[in-house]
Design a protein around this ligand. Structure first.
Ligand code: GMT
Length: 375
């Protein structure tokens, strides 16, 4: 198949999933055309069958806001014709599903092309839901030929908030289980002393990630157990969190590593992984930690319930239940048998349900159905 993929090329789970999906599909012999404003950050090496079409956004002094969605729609239409695309798969509804709809309309007299929209989370729960985007997001989802959501939670949220009437297929996120595997990494000795435990969190430091909760949990845990907190990523809450760390006198034990293109080495060094978000439609980094055999402490009520809930691979707490999180963290870090059992359970669960082989096949299947239906 000739497949067009659009995503945000910068750091973030949706871009990661889209890029790894493209890579895997290319490995299976499909031609993958990334239509993005920059090369996706995980695609800096040469990959056979992968092509990149840069969306150039023309700016003009008259524009207060650059109309990215229009440049994207034009580029999608051009690439669809020139590369004879069989479908366009867009990740994150806003505004990618809308641009894809426009592209489809631009070329419809020459070519019929199905649009597949994958919903990732904040496109539904935060951004698409804002009154300024609500109607266009609902419309663009309804006009997509196939819609997927990365969890049942997100599917339910989409139906509840947007009252859309199309089928939404749940296709969960996946992990490269070879890259994200349990191993003793050389990097560990750079992160902590041998007798210290490593507590880790990776994110885009947005308010939804509740970074202060992570710091509160660490503060109390580090009173009871020798440990360091390793924070990877960057985003708007990072500087606030630094101030909090300083205020609490934790600066010598909390380390900010910044954005890393490949987090697989670092995650494997962790003794426990924390993802204490307000909500996560999925929580990809927690799944990556499980794949590395690292116990996870997460929050219940959203996407993490689905892969962590009954897995015995970690512990889930209600959002903001700091004392439970502290006790959970201490029990994992002070009980090597429990930690190792959780790690094994997590790894097993990922191999069984969230491997690339399994999930890529689900997308291929969906593509074939969408193409058949549009003929
Ligand atoms: O807001 C974010 O966390 C970024 C967002 C994205 O588009 O990269 O992440 C969302 O998509 C990821 C990949 O499917 C999911 O693992 C994250 O849970 C989801 N974030 C939220 O729902 C907050």
């Amino acid at each position: 198949m000739n497949i067009g993929i659009t995503c945000y090329p910068t750091y973030g789970g949706s871009g990661t999933v889209a890029t790894e999906l493209g890579r895997n599909l290319a490995g299976r012999g499909h031609n993958i055309h990334f239509i993005t404003t920059a090369l996706p950050y995980r695609l800096t090496d040469f990959v056979e069958n992968v092509y990149y079409h840069e969306v150039q956004v023309f700016n003009y002094p008259l524009f207060d806001y650059t109309p990215y969605s229009l440049s994207l729609a034009s580029k999608m239409a051009q690439v669809a014709i020139r590369e004879d695309l069989d479908l366009l798969h867009v990740h994150y509804a806003v505004p990618h599903a809308t641009s894809a709809y426009l592209a489809k309309k631009i070329i419809e007299k020459r070519k019929r092309i199905p649009i597949i929209t994958t919903l990732h989370g904040t496109d539904i729960t935060l951004v698409g839901n804002d009154p300024s985007y609500f109607d266009i997001t609902k419309f663009s989802i309804e006009e997509s030929d196939a819609v997927t959501a990365v969890s049942q939670y997100l599917k339910n949220q989409t139906i509840y908030r947007f009252m859309v009437d199309n089928e939404i297929e749940v296709i969960p996120n996946f992990v490269d289980t070879e890259k994200f595997s349990p191993r003793t990494s050389e990097a560990r000795k750079c992160l902590a002393e041998p007798d210290e435990k490593v507590i880790m969190h990776i994110s885009n430091f947005r308010p939804v990630k509740r970074i202060p909760d992570i710091i509160d949990v660490f503060e109390e845990v580090s009173r009871r157990i020798k440990a360091r907190l390793i924070l990877i990523g960057s985003g708007p809450e990072k500087e606030h969190s630094r101030a909090l760390v300083e205020e609490k006198g934790l600066s010598d034990r909390v380390h900010y590593l910044g954005v890393q293109n490949d987090v697989s080495q670092s995650i494997a060094c962790a003794d426990v992984y924390l993802l204490l978000s307000e909500h996560e439609s999925f929580g990809l980094t927690a799944l990556e930690a499980m794949s590395c055999g690292v116990p996870v402490i997460g929050t219940s009520g959203s996407g993490m319930d689905e892969f962590l809930g009954d897995s015995e691979a970690g512990l889930l707490f209600e959002v903001g239940e700091i004392q439970g999180m502290i006790d959970g963290c201490v029990s994992i870090l002070s009980n090597p048998d429990l930690a190792s059992k959780m790690g094994k359970k997590g790894r097993e669960r990922v191999l069984q349900l969230y491997s690339e082989e399994r999930i890529i096949g689900l997308y291929e299947n969906l593509y074939m159905r969408a193409i058949e239906q549009s003929e």
